[in-house]
Each structure stands twice: as structure tokens, then as C-alpha cells.
Design a protein around this ligand. Structure first.
Ligand code: NAD
Length: 499
């Protein structure tokens, strides 16, 4: 059995806590490795190393820091296939989807190459007689990130690339479900020239997370994962005086207007609802057709497309549409929620409950499900299912459809499919959700914009990547400087406006 490690001070280090978690191959159900779960002492060792390494890195000019990112991009391209394979093996997603996971992280690394420009401060020449005023952005020191299983390459890179290029040291606590790619990324960025101790990977569970939240040296914490844990981390991190941003769960609605191209809408729903087995925070899990005729037409188009979906292991080649879910517990939770949907009166139009794949009977595969006539009070509507289950909630008119998206406690992403510019514009302006698609089902903003939801999908003020990341990972310092030979007039005791 392979024993995974931490990555501390430029080396793979075995765990010493004596605690491990199983890492599965979700396609076969086999345990393929065990990952060490760090305790507070192991976390402290990494933090002390980061603390020592960070000042020299912060003093390295931004252009040189950016060059490490440039080289890192090259190495990510060089190792793309290797990274994608390792990712699929632990996560279960298809190889093209795994390469996409690396790619969307890589794009944020590319954005970080602009650090010399992005970190430039502000300067006011002659703010007063002989007085100049300038603001600079300085790194925080040691930052930490806690990441989910569903994007084990992208989300770590969304955090550590901006943190590091801003001059911080970073400690990554990846998901214990698929920790191999984060370890590979730490090695790769050192090959790109990053000094050791600046990016370290400490594997673990709640114990390691609490050690981060309570550590005096750690200045900021980024978290992506489920909403209850996001809320917990935000509360504990903030009360310990840290800068914290937490991104939580989702329940993304797609509104289908009567004038939408129904084939386009159905195709979009198939990819956004069932791609990656529904394990995306930007997956569409609720379809809201407006009007009974629209709903009937949509369902008629969805059924044959769902029937044609190919579910299989990542080794099955490019014909496979989606793979297994991440663990047996995730599968059990999805099937439990499906049962509640049936019990609470939703119509199960496509039933994937008996799905089994020959030769992979122990894998964590879940067949595709489609529910119709879902209502707001049902568990399958209220809770994030995070599986290949699409719910159709019929709305009588546009206002009712908009109201559904607005009243749900989650507000990560949403989309509208229509040919009517007025409806699309109204929707984008009024809906209280962070990322909006107009005839685009998964509106994940590109690296130079920012990513973040509203409502219970986020705790904190700044979004991920784009300009917000450079704000999150730096503090502003403002200097007021007077350069005569001395303060000729003597001391001043009152605030005064600059003359
Ligand atoms: P999770 O909340 O179970 O785990 C996320 C991280 O928190 C992991 O590193 C895990 O080790 C740690 N953790 C788990 N339980 C903890 C506890 N009790 N105390 C402290 N730390 C704990 O989430 P997951 O299952 O890995 O990921 C799926 C979730 O992430 C979904 O809800 C999905 O919507 C969400 N997600 C959100 C975004 C976003 O940007 N909003 C992006 C991706 C995933």
C-alpha cells in the first residue's frame, strides 16, 4: 500500500501522528494509498519553516517572483498528462475533465505573471508642501489554504499562486480524498525555482484545520468546501484575528424561458447537470422551465440525452461522459436524498438507482437521475446533492422563476436561457447570485475576473483570483513623506488639511 507524505521544507516527509485516511480509486472502490493526517506539532513545524523562509522571498523583486510563475506554467504543460492521470485516479473524473481542472488552475498562474503590474502602488506627488504620499501592497507573511476534493488542482492553484507571487509563504491543506496532485504541484513549483519552505503541503483533517485556525503566525486562511464547514472556519478564523475568505456550497438554478432554443438548453443541462457526476460547485442542479409547455418540451428533449449518457471509469476513453463519485459515503448520501425525493412526491422521470457497471461493481458509480415536479419544500430542492441528479421545478412565469433563484439560501451561480435580451438583462441585474450565465450554463469567470458567490455560498468580502486575490493576499501600507532638511516649524499637535 502506498503511503503518501506531507511536503515540508522542500522534501516529502512521512506523517508522524500515527493517523491516516484511506485514499480510494473511486472507479474500483479499492484503497490505493493512505494519506497521513497531521497533528498540531506537524503543522507547527511547517509554519515555523514558512516563517523563516518568507522574508527573503518577500524581498525578492516581483519580476523574479513572476518568473517562477512563468516557468511553473511551462512545467504544468509538460506534465499535464501525468497530473491529469493522477487526478482522475483519485477523484474519478474523466481525463479531459481532469486536464481541464489543471488548465483552469494554470490560467490563474498565468494571471499571476502580471504581479509586477498588479502590485504597483499609488503615489501622490506633492500631497502638501514638500510632502509625497505613497501606498504599497505588502505580503501578509504566512497564509494557509484548505481545499475541497472536487478540484484538487484548480483550487489549490487559485489560492497558492496569488499568495506566493505577492510574497507570502503558503501552507496548503488539501482534501484528504485526493491529495496526490497537490503534492505534485508543490514539487513542480520548486522545480520552477520557488525556494523551499514557501509552498508546503500538510495533509490532514479537522485536527490539521484547527491547528491552522489557531496558529498565531498564520495571517490569512482561504477555504473552499461545503457551507457548514465554511461557516465554521470563517467564525473561528476571524475570532482568532485572521483574514479569512470561505467559499461554500451551491444550488444553481437554470431558468429556461419559453423562447429559448430547447435543443441548446437541453444540451447545456446535460453537461452542466451530469458532467463530473454533478460534483461541481457550478453544476446546474435545478432546471426551471417557464410555463407548462416549456417544461414538457424540455423534459422530452432531456430524456433521450440522459439515456445516452455513458458512465464509466476514466480509463474508458473519451466516450465516457462522467465517472464515479468520490467515495462510498458520497454515493450513499446521493441515493438517500433521491429516496427522500420519491417519498416527498417528486416524479422520478429517469431512475438511476439500480445502476451498476459490469466489472466495476464495487466502484462508486451513480446512474443519472431526473426529477420532475420538484417543489421548494422538498429536501432534494433545499440541499446540495452533489451528484448526477437534476431537479425540474416548474414555474408559471418569469417572476416566479426569478423568485426561486432569489429565495434559495445558496447563491453561487445561475443561468438564463432565452432569446430575449430584455429578460436576460433584467435577470442579470436583479438576481442575488454571484455568477450569472446568459445562454451559458456554467459561467465560471476567467482568471482575470473574480470568482465568488453570494448568500450562504460565501463568507468574506473578497472573491477568488483576479484583482481580488491580490487584495486578499496583501495589506496596504501608506507612507506620508516630507523631505526638507528637517521639520523647520517645530512640532505639530493637531490634524490639519494638507495646504
Ligand atoms: P468539505 O467541506 O467536506 O471539505 C473541504 C475541506 O474542509 C477539506 O480539506 C476537508 O479536509 C476540510 N474539512 C472537512 N470537514 C471538516 C471539519 N469538520 N472541520 C474542519 N475542516 C474540515 O467539502 P468537499 O466535500 O471536499 O467539497 C465539496 C463541497 O465544496 C461542495 O459543497 C461544493 O459546493 C463546495 N465547493 C465550493 C466551491 C466554491 O467556489 N464555492 C468550489 C468547489 C467546491
Amino acid at each position: 500500500m502506498q503511503e503518501l507524505t506531507h511536503y515540508i521544507d522542500g522534501a516529502h516527509v512521512k506523517g508522524t501522528s500515527g493517523r491516516f485516511a484511506d485514499v480510494f480509486n473511486p472507479a474500483t472502490g479499492e484503497v490505493q494509498a493512505k494519506v497521513p493526517l497531521a497533528n498540531a506539532e506537524e503543522m507547527d513545524r511547517a509554519v515555523q519553516i514558512a516563517l523563516k523562509a518568507q522574508p527573503a522571498w518577500a524581498a525578492t523583486n516581483p519580476q523574479r517572483r513572476a518568473r517562477v510563475m512563468m516557468k511553473f506554467v511551462d512545467l504544468l504543460h509538460r506534465d499535464m498528462d501525468k497530473l491529469a492521470e493522477a487526478l482522475s485516479r483519485e477523484h474519478g473524473k474523466t481525463l479531459p475533465d481532469a486536464a481541464g481542472d489543471v488548465q483552469r488552475g494554470l490560467e490563474v498562474v498565468e494571471y499571476c505573471i502580471g504581479a509586477p503590474q498588479l502590485l504597483k502602488g499609488e503615489f501622490t506627488d506633492g500631497a502638501g508642501p514638500g510632502i509625497d504620499m505613497y501606498s504599497m501592497r505588502q505580503p501578509l507573511g504566512v497564509s494557509a489554504g484548505i481545499t475541497p476534493f472536487n478540484f484538487p488542482a484548480m483550487i489549490p492553484m487559485w489560492m497558492f499562486a496569488p499568495a506566493i507571487v505577492c510574497g507570502n509563504a503558503f501552507i496548503l491543506k488539501p482534501s484528504e480524498r485526493d491529495p496526490s496532485v497537490p503534492l505534485m504541484l508543490a514539487e513542480l513549483i520548486e522545480e520552477a525555482g520557488l525556494p523551499k519552505g514557501i509552498l508546503q503541503v500538510v495533509n490532514g483533517d479537522k485536527e490539521a484545520v484547527d491547528a491552522i485556525l489557531d496558529h498565531d503566525v498564520i495571517q490569512s486562511v482561504g477555504f473552499v468546501g461545503s457551507t457548514p464547514i465554511a461557516e465554521y472556519i470563517y467564525g473561528r478564523g476571524c475570532s482568532n484575528g485572521k483574514r479569512v475568505q470561505c467559499f461554500g456550497g451551491a444550488k444553481n438554478h437554470m431558468i429556461i424561458m419559453p423562447d429559448a432554443d430547447m435543443d441548446q438548453a437541453a444540451d447545456a443541462l446535460i453537461g452542466a447537470g451530469y458532467g463530473a457526476a454533478g460534483e461541481r460547485c457550478m453544476a446546474i442542479s435545478v432546471a426551471v422551465p417557464v410555463g407548462e409547455k416549456t417544461a414538457d418540451a424540455l423534459i422530452e428533449k432531456l430524456i433521450p440525452r440522459i439515456d445516452a449518457l455513458k458512465v464509466g471509469p476514466y480509463t474508458g476513453g473519451k466516450d465516457v461522459d462522467y465517472g464515479p463519485v468520490v467515495t462510498a459515503a458520497a454515493k450513499a448520501n446521493i441515493l438517500r436524498l433521491v429516496e427522500t425525493g420519491v417519498e416527498q412526491g417528486a416524479k422520478l422521470v429517469v431512475d438511476g438507482r439500480d445502476f451498476s457497471l459490469q466489472g466495476y461493481e464495487d466502484g462508486f458509480f451513480v446512474g443519472p437521475h431526473l426529477f420532475d415536479r420538484v417543489t421548494k419544500d422538498m429536501d432534494i430542492y433545499k440541499h446540495e446533492i452533489f451528484g448526477p441528479v437534476l431537479s425540474v421545478v416548474r414555474a408559471n412565469d418569469y417572476e416566479e422563476a426569478l423568485g426561486l433563484a432569489m429565495d434559495h439560501e445558496m447563491g453561487n451561480g445561475t443561468a438564463i436561457f432565452t432569446r430575449d435580451g430584455d429578460a436576460a438583462r433584467d435577470f442579470a441585474n436583479r438576481v442575488n447570485v454571484g455568477m450569472i450565465g446568459v445562454n451559458v450554463p456554467i459561467p465560471v469567470p476567467l482568471a482575470y475576473h473574480t470568482f465568488g458567490g453570494w448568500k450562504k455560498s460565501v463568507f468574506g468580502d473578497l472573491n477568488q483570483h483576479g484583482p481580488d486575490a491580490f487584495k486578499f493576499y496583501t495589506r496596504t501600507k501608506t507612507v506620508t513623506a516630507r523631505w526638507p532638511s528637517g521639520i523647520k516649524q517645530g512640532g505639530e499637535f493637531n490634524f490639519k488639511p494638507m495646504d
